[in-house]
Design a protein around this ligand. Structure first.
Ligand code: OOG
Ligand code: MG
Length: 262
């Protein structure tokens, strides 16, 4: 670790304030070019502790930057992992207050809900599918706290991987009943299809993203508890949204899920 506890707490407070007040900021590595990966995850953890102290509950995790489309869009080459709290959850068909966000974008994702704990190292697609209760379509709303979504991997990890809101809905299915590599997704904005893809865009198989997350948490002595909801990562590039937009995600065999920005 290169940063002191004090600086980590300060950066966590700064980034979370930006989130809560819908303000953007420059990326933190500009002022702290020496910060390392441990520092980045320590800042993310400090943000989590701030939310827990205010009564939030961790409901799951997210993997991000798991598809080439996303890595290309954001100019990075490795996935990132973050946490999800209950405050981020929006009901299916619900509304999101756009004025509470900075510059939201939506992503089509497959969410996994676990029925058994997943603890790395050594997790792979097989262990993930065995521990999965069901998969369900998910729209993730990301809202980087960094100006114009310009960041590097350490800055975005510290910022809890741009987590902001998520909506799950449609039909659930046990993963054994689907081929998650060929499953097709269509993202619609105001009735127009705007992005398309198949599950294999995420690391060859969306369950690989969950295995990577479990192995990464294992390195830190943590696990994915049973009953967690995990977003496996955007299948396509993220799509910008504005006040007034209606978003629908259609997933082959799994119905659709929608949300509106008011
Ligand atoms: C980082 C978060 C990316 C995904 O699914 O790839 C992400 C970002 O692009 O701001 O959530
Ligand atoms: Mg995402």
């Amino acid at each position: 670790m290169k940063l002191t506890r004090e600086v980590i707490e300060h950066l966590a407070e700064h980034l979370e304030r930006c989130e809560l007040e819908a303000r953007d900021t420059t990326k933190i590595t500009d002022e702290h070019p020496d910060m390392d990966w441990e520092d980045a995850y320590a800042i993310q953890e400090a943000i989590k502790q701030r939310k827990l102290a205010r009564g939030a509950r961790v409901v799951g995790f997210k993997a991000g930057l798991t598809s080439h489309a996303k890595m290309r869009q954001m100019g990075v080459s490795t996935p990132c992992f973050g946490f999800l709290v209950d405050d981020y959850a929006v009901p299916e068909g619900g509304e999101i207050d756009t004025s509470a966000l900075i510059h939201p974008k939506v992503e089509p994702e497959i969410a996994f809900v676990t029925k058994a704990p997943l603890k790395g190292p050594g997790c792979h697609i097989g262990t993930v599918l065995t521990a999965t209760d069901f998969v369900i379509p998910a729209i993730e709303v990301i809202d980087s706290r960094y100006r114009d979504f310009k960041f590097d991997l350490k800055s975005v990890i510290a910022d809890n991987c741009s987590s902001s809101r998520f909506v799950v809905g449609g039909r659930i299915a046990p993963p054994q009943e689907l081929d998650l590599r060929t499953i097709g997704v269509v993202l619609e904005k105001n009735g127009e299809p705007v992005a398309f893809g198949a599950g294999a865009a995420v690391l060859g198989h969306p369950a690989s993203a969950i295995a990577m997350l479990a192995n990464e948490l294992g390195r830190r002595g943590e696990e994915i508890p049973a009953g967690s909801l995990i977003l496996s990562g955007g299948i396509t590039e993220a799509v910008s949204v504005q006040k007034g937009d209606a978003i629908t995600l259609r997933v082959q065999h799994l119905g659709s899920v929608g949300v509106r920005f008011r």
